[in-house]
Structure formats: C-alpha cells, structure tokens
Design a protein around this ligand. Structure first.
Ligand code: GDP
Ligand code: MG
Length: 260
C-alpha cells in the first residue's frame, strides 16, 4: 500500500470534522463506538479535540470476535480516560447493559442529548438499535448530524439521536491501513484484498500463532476457489477470506495490543 493510498480524501475529513464540531453544539453526551479488534486505529483522535468538553462514553463493539484478555486490557486503558463499556451484539444482556451505561454517563447532566459516533462499520447502527430496543437506525449523514435530526427517548431527561455520525478513519500507517480495511472501515474500492489478507496472515503468524489462520492459497483451495485450467482464484478467495475473518471463523482475535 503506497503512502498515497493512506491519505484518502483528507480534505473531506477536515470538512466533515468542522461540520461535526458545529453539530456538537446541541449535544451533551458523545457515545463513541469503537471496534474492539482495532481499538487504536479504530478511533479518530480528532474527536478528542472537538468533543473535549462533552461527556463521553466509549462502547467497544464486537467483543464476541475479540481476544477476551486483550479486551480486558483495552477496557482498563480506556477507563483511565472515561466511561467505557464492552458490547457484543448477540449477547442477550447487551442492550440492557448498554442502556445502563449511557444512563450512568448522562447522570450528571440535565436534559441530556446524546449522539452515537464512529468510523464506518464500527457498529453504530447496531448500538443505536440496541439502545432504542428496536430498529431505528436510518441512513447516516456522513458529514454530521444536523440533517433532520430525530431523537428517541432513553430516560425522562435523556434523548439519543436516531442517526449516527460517521467519523473518517485516520489512517496513519500501513498497519492501520490493512487493519481498517480488514474490519470493513475502508471502502472496498480503496484497497487490494489480496494484499490485506497477506499482511494479516503475516501478522497472525507471530501475533496469533495459537489461532488456525490459513494462508490465502490454502484457504482458496479448501473453499473451492478454482478457475478453469485448475488455477486458484485468489482474488475472489481474498474477499471470502475477509468475510470469514469478520464472522470469527479463524477464532477470536484483536489486531492491536494496548501499549504498557
Ligand atoms: N459479531 C458481531 N457483529 C457485529 C457487532 N456489532 C455490529 N456487528 C455487525 O457489523 C456490521 C456493521 O454494523 P453496523 O451497526 O451497521 O455498523 P455502522 O456502519 O457503524 O452503523 C453489521 O453486519 C452488524 O451486524 C458485534 O458486536 N458482534
Ligand atoms: Mg450504520
């Protein structure tokens, strides 16, 4: 991945952040959704600046797909900076725990208005639906929140916007690039899936040696990605590989460790 590929539309990101900062004037509580498999690259540090004076709750999603020990480590680390809760969409007690965490985070505020924010595919709609107890999450406005803001009530004095705000992921290194691509935060047209799989496999050899992570050729063979002439269709296999990773088929993995 070239250096150029890392800086995808920085101008757009700057504009979106300015608009979000503007929108945040009517918000008291920021619920930041972070994919717990990429807790470092999956958070946009610009939010720390524009939401510096807001109450903040971090929701670490996809706990069911992550390494439980590393989730503990990340929780401990994030909690030094504010309220943080781990969340797995399918966990039966998840929605109730999430609602309790949001209510607690808003406890000191009078008539709080909350918004759910996060990078693409972080789990924002899932979090909104869990909070609302029904399907409410509509198409998001990439640049912020003001377009026809609608709210649902979470408590007598607590409202949550029914539309999430999208943060552009900040891709600072080639490592962040493949990790964000792998977890679905980068548009498909903007990366080469074979390269992402190769980099992930290289990482897994040392960092996730206990997991049964196949190399792309073995995977392609075992899943029958064979073209005429008995050639392997590694391109289509690489998309299937990424999909299976995100279904947890290679085991629970966290791509980034908290630094001591
Ligand atoms: N396994 C698992 N999948 C999740 C979880 N949260 C969200 N997803 C899935 O991830 C995908 C993206 O979630 P979504 O809420 O639409 O993300 P958004 O783009 O941030 O709104 C969907 O297919 C969800 O079902 C979770 O905790 N565990
Ligand atoms: Mg969504």
């Amino acid at each position: 991945m070239t250096g150029g590929a890392i800086q995808w539309y920085p101008g757009h990101m700057a504009r979106a952040m300015r608009r979000l900062a503007d929108d945040l004037r009517i918000i008291d509580l920021v619920i930041e959704v972070i994919d717990v498999r990429v807790p470092a690259s999956g958070a946009n540090p610009a939010l720390d600046k524009i939401a510096a004076h807001k109450s903040r709750l971090r929701v670490l999603t996809r706990d069911d797909l992550a390494d439980p020990l590393l989730t503990e480590g990340w929780l401990e680390r994030f909690r030094k900076r504010g309220s943080t809760v781990a969340f797995a969409a399918k966990e039966p007690s998840g929605p109730a725990r999430l609602r309790a965490a949001v209510t607690a985070a808003a406890a000191g505020l009078r008539s709080a208005r909350a918004i759910v924010l996060g990078i693409p595919n972080a789990g924002k709609s899932t979090v909104i639906n869990a909070l609302a107890g029904r399907k409410v999450a509509r198409t998001e406005d990439r640049a912020g929140v003001t377009r026809a803001a609608q709210w649902f009530r979470l408590g007598p004095d607590l409202e949550v916007m029914d539309t999430a705000g999208i943060l552009a992921p900040k891709i600072e290194t080639p490592e962040a690039q493949w990790r964000l691509a792998l977890v679905g935060a980068v548009p498909r047209a903007r990366f080469d899936p074979e390269e992402v799989v190769a980099r992930f496999y290289g990482w897994a050899q040392s960092a996730a040696a206990a997991n049964a992570v196949p190399d792309l050729e073995t995977f392609a063979q075992s899943r029958g990605f064979i073209r005429r002439g008995n050639l392997l269709d590694v391109h289509n296999a690489s998309w299937a590989y990424i999909k299976e990773f995100n279904e947890g088929r290679f085991g629970r993995m966290t791509l980034e460790e908290p630094q001591p």
